[in-house]
Design a binder for this molecule. Sequence first.
Ligand SMILES: [Zn+2]
Length: 297
Amino acid sequence: MAWPRSPSMTVFRLLVAAATFLFLGSAAARPSLAVNVIAPVETSIGRPFLVFVSSKRPLEEVVIFWEGKEIPLAVERSGQTSEAMTLLGTDVGSSKPGAKTLEVRSSVGGKPVSVTRQVNVRHVDFPVQKLSLPQEMVDPPREVLERIARERKETARALSTFTRSRVWAIPFVRPVPGKITSPYGFRRILNDQPRAPHRGVDYRAAEGDPVRAAADGTVVLSAEHYYAGQCIYLDHGGGVVSVYMHLSSRFAEEGETLSAGDIIGLAGRSGRVTGPHLHFGLSLQGMMVDPEPLLES
Ligand SMILES: [Zn+2]
């Protein structure tokens, strides 16, 4: 099942799709004035979810408030019906579990409308992964610290890209067919030193295997970084950015527009890794989520 990009999506189809492969709990759809908001009542740390806003009357502006972020949505109209959607989540690196408030602000016929939903974000006891690496791979040499700081800024810029019009569609294309070798959320201990949790997924891939774009998008960063090696960041609109690391070759230049499934490069072992694999990350509004629930099966 594919979720189309056209504004013809009905609430019914969305509910079916949501029940099929996104939400742990049931989706809540309570009408409030003229604006319907569908969001999960329960999710877990790092798990992405969809929020769907619709009205039979024209919505003039839709803004979502979530995790301290203000996210303007593109409103798609067909006749009198208005629809808007966004992908949200939490980040294993920075989010806390608990009951959180999702607020949708809109205006209908010049009147402001606010709809709130409670989303319970459950704690996940992610497994611990202990790795022993040569100490120089754990502690970067002094002469590369400046490079790492520069690359961190480049990465932050790419991840904070926000273009309002959505070009992503669900399910996302699986960038490589391989099995997961290191899942999202793994708490890594390198040479007995606790490190930041794994904010993406590692997939088995041999050197030279093609890596595909997860969705339509524009290349916002194509570079060689100290940790990530040869890496590509794609902006899919609406605050959705996908990340591909440790490539052996890159076929996509910054500014280039790509279609879902296009080969953007070849898998490899560039950067600080112990063997060839693809590290795939997905940023939603700057929060790194587990991409796996959104990928085609
Ligand atoms: Zn990884």
